[in-house]
Design a binder for this molecule. Sequence first.
Ligand code: NAP
Length: 469
Amino acid sequence: MPIATVNPATGETLRTFDALGAEEIERRLALATAAFGQHRTTEFSRRTELMNRAADLLDQDRQDIARTMTTEMGKTIVAARAEAAKCAKAMRWYAEHAERLLADEHPAAADVQDSGASHARVHYRPLGVVLAVMPWNFPLWQVVRFAAPALMAGNVGLLKHASNVPQTALYLEDLFHRAGFPEGCFQTLLVGSGAVENILRDPRVAAATLTGSEPAGRSVAAIAGDEVKKTVLELGGSDPFVVMPSADLERAARTAVTARVQNNGQSCIAAKRFIVHADVYEDFCERFTAGMRELTVGDPMQESTDVGPLASEQGRTDLEALVADALRLGAKARCGARRPEKLDRGWYYEPTVLTEISAGMRIHHEEAFGPVATVYRAAGLDEAVVLANDTPFGLSSNVWTRDEGDVRQFVRDMEAGGIFFNGMTASHPAMPFGGVKRSGYGRELSKHGIQEFCNVTTVWHGAEPDDNS
Ligand code: NAP
């Protein structure tokens, strides 16, 4: 894949970049190693100062970096500005809380007495150089939710970003550099995915995190496994959105539209499969379809646009193939299932609602990465749970109900890293984010995220002879 900025709204190639050669990669690995030697011993107060400065700079740059993101991958300008603001918020959250999240833990003396310790503690130390392989869909946020905790913990980062967002990738290196982080603390490597293996196998790289598709995750995890290096994987999702009879249907249907088309339908945590209790199925379908029809599809730079283009021509081709397969096998399109007639340039696709889905269709078990919703009818709660879990993925999930019994059963049975009741899934710095099954492993954000790339060190002090007397 060429490293280039290609505007999805027009298909025009705006800038191309040469991939780094072996010599430059070597120079940057050495720089990262040297930076770790320095950064790992800095005080939290200093890291906090630098991270807050990065957040302030990002706030100042918001309009420009939002335009860059929209130009590179097609998200609406409104969504791009919100993404930049969210990143600054997460930076400040880790700036404020990292020291507390990584504070020493002291097991109760009584618990460790029989180990012979006079006292013991758990101490968190950074792992070293962490390679981050990142996707284009939230080109700032995916990186910041790794970088903010990693840098606050004393690690240093090497970013291999998706090849279609090179300017956003270079901006991130520049941002941390301007904020005052020592040179080499956060570097962008403009390389293709073929270069990842050698970098990951380099002994100077301690660990890796990958957000992206399952094949990419499998490849990175296999190499890291071979090298016995820690990984965190944030992979695809096909989140269920369950609507039970006690739900506020109007709110559920409105939120369903946003949950499906956020980021032009290209979000890992977008609700993709809508599982509706038979008692409210028709009512929900009508409201949901009406909401999807009302959306404005068009130029993502316009403030009034709800849904911009897909990020790549291949992405649209893949989505069209999924829809065609479903229609061929008996699915019904309540709206969409085609390109918008008036937009003859760019990779647009109409918001689509498909019903009559069956297990033999590819869309039943594959991720639809675009504004295409599938709706299922469930006879009752048990069937809703079965349908919700009938997927290889397990990222997050949404349930609409006012019934406490429903809540208890979904919390017990839903195979996902998150369950959001009466609202849509969203990431937040204070809450862990990640999946189960083929959605990956490990967690980002919260204390869990910052501790992933730490050496959780046992510090044990033997009792002096006098202590035993
Ligand atoms: P992708 O094709 O897997 O690309 C993601 C990153 O991995 C890019 O930097 C890509 O580089 C690199 N890559 C691809 N194949 C690789 C390989 N064999 N070895 C090493 N690196 C490789 O995914 P995408 O199309 O950009 O993103 C969409 C997917 O990401 C969806 O499945 C979505 O659900 C998932 N996602 C998950 C989360 C989450 O938090 N769980 C968040 C966002 C997105 P190139 O660009 O150079 O190919």
